[in-house]
Design a protein around this ligand. Structure first.
Ligand code: BES
Ligand code: ZN
Length: 676
């Protein structure tokens, strides 16, 4: 039914007037464009393997991408050539690529093959032997507002290579261009990409489906003294080839990855080695603090390997981005991109790194086939993250993090998802919906809880073997929820349940709303002790300074702040602030929890810090509760609008879209949005 609807809406698009191309006119002059007739959508949407991609890798599959890019953060330009190697599954079919906002300058085809580069990796952009290109016809189909425009390229009989010359739009949603003032060093502009879920197509013409993998290589030219990094192997060590005022960086990615894991950043970057195969990259002003924060990285990789098998990607580096980054982290292979808001100074927020590292197995090695199966990436990863945290920092910390995660999920189920039972399922149907707009705790925390439930029913030893077999069976492959059901059912068929345990009902977990009644909890004595202090403050009116908080970690504080009632008095807030300096907290999670309460209650002394934080930090997870809290009072709503007017230009497109909708909803006099 959904497919039928999708097909009908595409048909309507195809029959409607051809939308004016977004591209700048002077660039179009050079483009070879087929007649208008061909701008119609001729493909069969119901046959596409992924509802969020217009490509047909089942007909012609891109197997390798060679990028030759020029990137200038000062002029916000990124463009050049994408060379594609093809597997012509159906020799009569054209090549279909995803694009969004790209200006296509020229398309050519050729016969030929990859070369082996110096490190043995397959290369196309970096190959030495010349290629005889011949122009070929192409057309851009009608624009779908979410998916963009299919670039359809006619292929001569023997063609196995295609070259697309193109430019990205300055406002490409997969790129964020930052002013020098938005970086720690404040001297140089910065660019980074964020391609998950469907933004890769805004800076590379590609088959932008998580089920389609490519190897790639790249030659990236940037103005001196900037540095380019990619989620790939850097071929020239730290001394790039110089070319006048430009610097050239060369990369190869010999492991096959989906397009959403191709990543690039350009800026003033320094590198600090951490271990044999780990290092951190960051603004020179931040790199020492980052190296201190992530000192456990090498041990984390070892702990992950001990659980689920050898790390498959060579190096594991971290890139600390400027604070505008809309996510906490992004698991780009070989180089996780991370927010600087995890630099708490005390390593208390490094579970985020454990999370992105865990994706090296769940997500990058074994990938959700479509975004509807996101829980197979994120739920597995949260479970695995907590196992790594447990191995490094002990079960008490892992249990606190699990409990805080469960609190997030329960709050979201009640406050945001109560009317949307379909979005409470692990097996989602996102066809026709924007994957960014459906970012909830369900695939993360409910997914992790399902794996915890299985672990507790059959025992760790048995269930770890089931997961290891899953990663082995689907290495470098794509998986669906049906694959998971089949694997688990087969693998656990003859496994005995632990004494007193019952088998979790897979269908209740995967297709039911809410949480099954037997969902596992991780009670912690640490939080019971915190609850005692909350009661002392509220019920016995014990002065805040007399609370027994000795030895509390930021996790204890998070639970403490969450346990305060919404009616907490301004006097209690002032006492807490005096005693514990919460408005000055260096821990962004604790600070956000505190500022959320302060915004809701109108606690004036915290307002300057709140404003500074919202202007500096673009991480959506923090922005949403803070703006929502402001919107609960008329004065707060006015403050939110004023702050947003200042902050919005510095936010990433993904955060802008979310906060635009939040504030527009408030302006329409909707009831105040809940907390998360
Ligand atoms: N892969 C995600 C980020 C993502 C998900 C980007 C979906 C676009 C679409 C990343 O691994 C992630 O989950 N990040 C979390 C951190 C985490 C510790 C839960 C984040 O950014 O908050
Ligand atoms: Zn994740």
């Amino acid at each position: 039914m959904t497919r039928l609807l999708a097909a009908l809406s595409l048909l309507a698009l195809a029959c409607g007037p051809t939308p004016a191309p977004k591209a700048r006119p002077e660039r179009l002059v050079a483009a070879r464009r087929a007649p208008d007739l061909q701008a119609m959508n001729t493909d069969d949407a119901s046959a596409r393997p992924d509802p969020h991609s217009l490509a047909r890798p089942d007909q012609v599959r891109v197997t390798h991408v060679g990028l030759r890019l020029r990137v200038d953060p000062t002029t916000r330009s990124l463009g050049g050539e994408a060379l594609l190697q093809l597997d012509r599954v159906d020799p009569r079919a054209p090549l279909r690529l995803d694009t969004r906002g790209l200006t296509i300058v020229e398309v050519a085809a050729a016969e030929g093959d990859l070369e082996r580069g110096e490190s043995g990796a397959p290369v196309l952009a970096l190959r030495e032997a010349p290629i005889s290109w011949a122009a070929t016809t192409h057309r851009l189909e009608a624009e779908d507002p979410q998916l963009g425009r299919a670039l359809v390229i006619d292929l001569p009989d023997a063609a196995t290579l295609v070259r697309v010359r193109y430019e990205a739009a300055p406002e490409a949603s997969g790129l964020q261009w930052l002013e020098p003032a938005q970086t720690a060093g404040r001297q140089h502009p910065f660019l980074y990409s964020q391609s998950q879920a469907i933004h890769g197509r805004t800076w590379i013409p590609c088959q932008d489906s998580p089920g389609a993998r490519v190897t790639y290589d790249a030659r990236v030219e940037v103005p001196a003294p900037l540095v380019a990094v990619m989620a790939a192997e850097l071929l020239d060590g730290e001394t790039p080839q110089a070319d006048g005022d430009a610097r050239v960086f060369r990369f190869a990615m010999p492991q096959r990855v989906p397009a959403y894991l191709i990543a690039l950043a350009v800026g003033d970057l320094a590198r600090a080695p951490l271990g044999e195969r780990t290092a951190v990259w960051a603004d020179p002003a931040v790199v020492a603090a980052a190296a201190h924060e992530f000192a456990d990285l090498e041990r984390m990789v070892a702990a992950a390997e001990a659980l689920y098998g050898p790390y498959a990607w060579g190096r594991y580096d971290l890139l600390v981005l400027p604070p505008a980054f809309p996510f906490g982290g992004m698991e780009n292979p070989r180089m996780t991109f991370a927010t600087p808001t995890i630099l708490a100074g005390d390593r208390s927020l490094v579970s985020l790194v454990a999370h992105e590292l865990a994706h090296s197995w769940s997500g990058n090695l074994v990938t959700n086939a479509t975004w509807s199966d996101l829980w197979l990436n994120e739920g597995f990863t949260v479970y695995f993250e907590r196992r790594i945290v447990e191995a490094l920092y002990g079960p008490a910390r892992a249990a606190m993090e699990a409990e805080l995660g469960l609190q997030d999920l329960e709050r979201e189920l009640v406050e945001d998802l109560a009317e949307r039972p379909g979005d409470q399922r692990l097996r989602m149907d996102l066809a026709g919906r924007d994957p960014d707009a459906n970012f909830t705790a369900v695939p993360y925390e409910k997914g992790a809880l399902l794996l915890t439930a299985l672990e507790r029913a059959y025992g760790r030893e048995v269930f770890d073997a089931v997961l290891r077999a899953w990663f082995t069976a689907h290495r470098f492959g794509a998986v669906t929820t049906a694959d998971f059901e089949a694997h688990v059912t087969r693998a656990l068929r003859d496994a005995p349940l632990l004494p007193g345990a019952t088998a979790p009902s897979l269908s209740a977990w995967l297709d039911g709303a809410g949480l099954p009644a037997d969902a596992p909890r991780s009670p912690t004595s640490a939080f019971a002790q915190v609850d005692t202090e909350v009661a002392a403050l509220l019920d016995d009116a014990r002065p805040a300074a007399a609370l027994r908080t000795g030895g509390w970690t930021p996790h204890h504080w998070l639970h403490f702040l969450r346990a305060l009632p919404r009616t907490v008095s301004l006097d209690a807030l002032a006492q807490l602030d005096d005693a514990f300096h919460l408005t000055q907290s260096a821990n962004a999670e604790v600070l956000t929890e505190w500022l959320t309460i302060a915004a809701r209650r109108g606690y004036a002394p915290a307002m300057p810090r709140l404003e500074a934080f919202l202007v500096e930090v673009g991480r959506r997870k923090f922005l949403v509760p803070l703006y929502r809290a402001l919107l609960t009072t008329p004065e707060g709503a006015a403050r939110a609008q004023a702050i947003y007017a200042r902050a919005r230009p510095g936010y990433h497109a993904i955060s802008r879209e979310t906060i635009d909708a939040l504030l527009a909803g408030a302006a329409e006099d909707d009831p105040p949005a809940p907390d998360r």
